[in-house]
Design a protein around this ligand. Structure first.
Ligand SMILES: Cc1cc2nc3c(=O)[nH]c(=O)nc-3n(C[C@H](O)[C@H](O)[C@H](O)COP(=O)(O)OP(=O)(O)OC[C@H]3O[C@@H](n4cnc5c(N)ncnc54)[C@H](O)[C@@H]3O)c2cc1C
Length: 386
């Protein structure tokens, strides 16, 4: 019987392989990871995502327990897990210790500490003006405990009942099961920033996966099926826009089409727009993409490296430059895919595509919107953005 893996029943997949994809001198850190799913009956298709349960930083977890004077092995029960586990494991693997809820702050603010922590939480976090709250809410559990020297006695069972569940993070699958169904590849961009109170903060999952997890370590995962998928008719042409980590599903698409051709099937034309900051540093999967280009699987490859020249050039600028050919592909039935940054890139690309439809399709604004709606309805315009 096929096993269903999900949030409550993830598969523990060994981390098989990891390598940095861009040059170490780049100011970004993007890595390629492979999970071994051979001991599962996980199945997936190109375009699906994999949900990964991260672990909090080990030192941070240890320090929290040290400040609270709670022994790591203290057994606790979580509402969503049957058996008791150690509080160390609860804080490291199951609970969110960075973004704390209002309910948590309210609880922590009421604890007798002998320090000013309670009044700080009440005045600055719960009852100050919204701008100040944003700042104060940036405190992680460790940061607030450190600020008040950890003068705080909490019941272990109560602490774990007040923290939110640590949620899995999604990553677009960057491989085709036709190449090897026992492996799932992903591309992870490391999140690292300075929070509102001036402390360096690392994204939980991206840092766990790229820095802290060891090769061979079991990581809890499950596949999330997506509507983002290659056309059913393999002969359809596809246009893929995937700068940065947005390249991930398109590596899978190209692998899949290469496997089909190797078997003697016919596939449509493929066009990829890829971009990042610098060509010398950030051309992810450069060799593989050149090989796809040389084999003819990738018909067109257009690159936009924003910081290689004085005026920034983005994927939408390359799309605009190639608008005549692009419009003829779309008019002939091509499928359009966008993957990557939701807030800026996907919006700019969509606006550019609409501008092209208005200029070359002679559409009014209303007609353009109707045209894009029909593309979406026919699954010819798909986005995997985050
Ligand atoms: C469908 C889907 C597919 C995805 N595919 C990929 C993929 O292929 N590759 C990939 O790398 N990611 C992908 N992501 C994103 C991924 O799921 C995670 O969100 C990402 O890795 C960050 O998780 P994290 O745990 O490292 O960071 P977290 O610990 O969750 O921290 C991220 C949070 O930190 C805060 N933050 C981040 N930067 C700043 C800043 N500069 N200033 C202030 N606050 C900030 C924000 O609140 C942000 O939500 C995808 C997401 C979705 C929904």
């Amino acid at each position: 019987m096929e096993m269903t893996y999900n949030r409550d029943n993830p598969f523990t997949a060994p981390l098989k392989f990891r390598r940095r994809l861009n040059n170490p001198a780049s100011d970004k850190n993007v890595q390629h990871l492979v999970f071994d799913v051979s001991n599962s009956d996980i199945s997936y298709k190109c375009g699906d995502s994999i949900a990964v349960f991260p672990k909090n930083n080990e030192n941070e977890t240890t320090e929290i327990l040290h400040l609270l004077k709670i022994a790591s092995e203290t057994q606790v029960k979580l509402p969503f897990r049957g058996e008791k586990i150690s509080i160390f494991s609860a804080l490291r693997e199951y609970l969110c210790i960075t973004n704390l809820s209002d309910q948590f702050w309210k609880w922590l603010g009421e604890i007798e500490t002998g320090s000013d922590m309670g009044s700080f939480i009440n005045d600055k976090i719960l009852h100050s003006d919204p701008e100040c709250q944003v700042l104060a809410k940036s405190y992680s559990l460790l940061e607030i405990l450190k600020k008040f020297d950890g003068h705080c006695k909490v019941e272990p069972s109560e602490l774990v009942s007040k923290l939110r569940r640590l949620m899995p993070r999604l990553y677009s699958i960057a491989s085709s099961p036709l190449v090897d169904q026992n492996e799932i590849h992903i591309v992870v961009g490391v999140v690292s920033y300075t929070n509102a109170i001036g402390n360096k903060r690392n994204g939980i999952a991206s840092n766990y996966l790229t820095n802290n997890a060891n090769i061979g370590e079991g990581i809890k995962v499950f596949v999330v099926n997506s509507m983002f998928a290659l056309p059913i008719n393999t002969k359809s042409n596809i246009i893929m826009v995937g700068p940065g980590t947005g390249i991930a599903p398109f590596r899978g698409f190209l692998q899949e089409r290469q496997c089909m051709v190797n078997k003697g099937d016919k596939v449509g034309k493929s066009w990829l727009f890829f971009g990042d900051r610098n060509q010398a540093m950030d051309f992810l999967f450069e060799e593989e993409l050149q090989t796809f280009k040389n084999s003819g699987i990738l018909t067109n490859l257009n690159l936009a490296f924003s910081r290689d020249q004085e005026n920034k050039i983005y994927v939408q600028d390359r799309i605009w430059e190639r608008r005549k050919e692009l419009w003829s592909w779309i008019s002939d039935g091509a499928y359009v895919y966008i993957c990557g940054n939701a807030s800026k890139m996907a919006v700019d690309v969509e606006n550019t595509l609409k501008k092209i439809a208005m200029e070359l399709g002679n559409f009014s604004e209303d007609e353009t919107n109707v045209f894009f709606k029909s593309l979406k309805d026919n699954r010819r315009y798909q986005k995997d953005v985050y």
